[in-house]
Every structure is written in structure tokens, then in C-alpha cells.
Ligand binder design. Structure first.
Ligand code: SF4
Ligand code: SF4
Length: 167
């Protein structure tokens, strides 16, 4: 019998339970970086400035259940919102699943380890600056939140060859 497929490959986003939906978030924190929009061209630029509620070491929201009380323009992601917004990073699991793509090796649902999103260089850990330290956001425009990390760090760890553990 073929192995059972994980829920993100079989269920449409609209049919996921709340637990499944929440577990899709890889904890990267990229969507919690401030973005700048050119009023004339509508062009979007990412910055490396974190929302004031983001704990930049853990890449987690400091008060997720009440976040909209502190940050009223924090967007609550829903399947409907996904179709409207254009600023989710290409690594975002919601965007990947909405585009019919699979999750990468470093996603905690695949790796079983919440640290792999950081180890692969996908998260904002070590790259984001705090809002109160940033000064002008225009001085913090960066491209990496809109890109998929490449290079050795972003590759899955090599599996031990058969017999590697023999003495
Ligand atoms: S970009 Fe997507 S996967 Fe990453 S923290 Fe935001 S919602 Fe979660
Ligand atoms: S309020 Fe929380 S979830 Fe919303 S952008 Fe800020 S850190 Fe992210």
C-alpha cells in the first residue's frame, strides 16, 4: 500500500482544520518584516525591519493571539487573503501550497524539527533589525525576503551512506 500523503498535498487550503492551517506556518518571520510600497508604481520593496511584536531571535510573534490589538494592520492569513496579497515570500508554505507546490525539506512539518527553517537560512534570524533601532525604513531595503535561499546551507543535510555507522 502506498504511504499516506500528508494533509498539505491532499487537502485544499479551505478544507484544512485550524490546527493544520496553523501548522503550515514554518516560523520564518519573513512576513513580519516591514514592506514599502511605491505609491506611483505600486512596486513593493522588502526591508529587514521587523514588526515591533516580532521577537527576532525566535522569529515568533510575541503576542500572536492578541496581535491585532497591538498591530492593527497585521494581516490575518486566510485562503481568501492568499489570493489577494502579493507580498508573501516565495518560501512561505501558504503560498507554496496555494501554488500547488510541495514544502521544502526544511519545513518543520517535513523535517520534524522547528530549527531547520533557521539552519537553512530561510528565517529572519540573524538578519532582521528591531523597529526601534532601525531609523528610516528606506535605509533597510533588502531583496532576500523575496528570494529563495540557495547554496550549501539551503540544501538538505546529506544522508549517511549505508555502512557509514559501521566501525
Ligand atoms: S512567511 Fe509564511 S511561513 Fe513564514 S512566518 Fe509568514 S506566514 Fe509563516
Ligand atoms: S503582529 Fe505579530 S504576526 Fe503580525 S506582523 Fe507583527 S510579529 Fe508578525
Amino acid at each position: 500500500m502506498p504511504p499516506e500523503q500528508p494533509f498539505w498535498k491532499t487537502k485544499p487550503l479551505e478544507a484544512m482544520t485550524r490546527k493544520e492551517w496553523e501548522s503550515l506556518c514554518d516560523g520564518c518571520g519573513r512576513c513580519c518584516l516591514h514592506k514599502l510600497r511605491d505609491e506611483d508604481t505600486n512596486e513593493l520593496a522588502f526591508t529587514n525591519v521587523a514588526c515591533r511584536l516580532l521577537t527576532i531571535q525566535t522569529c515568533r510573534c510575541a503576542d500572536y493571539p492578541n496581535r491585532q490589538k497591538w498591530v492593527p494592520d497585521c494581516v490575518k492569513l486566510t485562503p481568501k487573503q492568499l489570493r489577494r496579497i502579493d507580498w508573501l515570500p516565495p518560501t512561505c508554505a501558504y503560498r507554496l501550497v496555494a501554488e500547488g507546490k510541495d514544502l521544502a525539506w526544511w519545513h518543520p512539518l517535513v523535517s520534524g524539527d522547528p530549527e531547520t527553517v533557521h539552519q537553512a537560512g530561510v528565517s529572519v534570524r540573524g538578519k532582521a533589525v528591531r523597529e526601534r533601532d532601525a531609523g528610516h525604513f528606506e535605509d533597510h531595503i533588502v531583496r532576500w525576503p523575496g528570494q529563495t535561499p540557495r547554496g550549501k546551507r539551503a540544501q538538505p543535510p546529506a544522508k549517511p551512506e549505508d555502512g557509514d555507522d559501521e566501525t
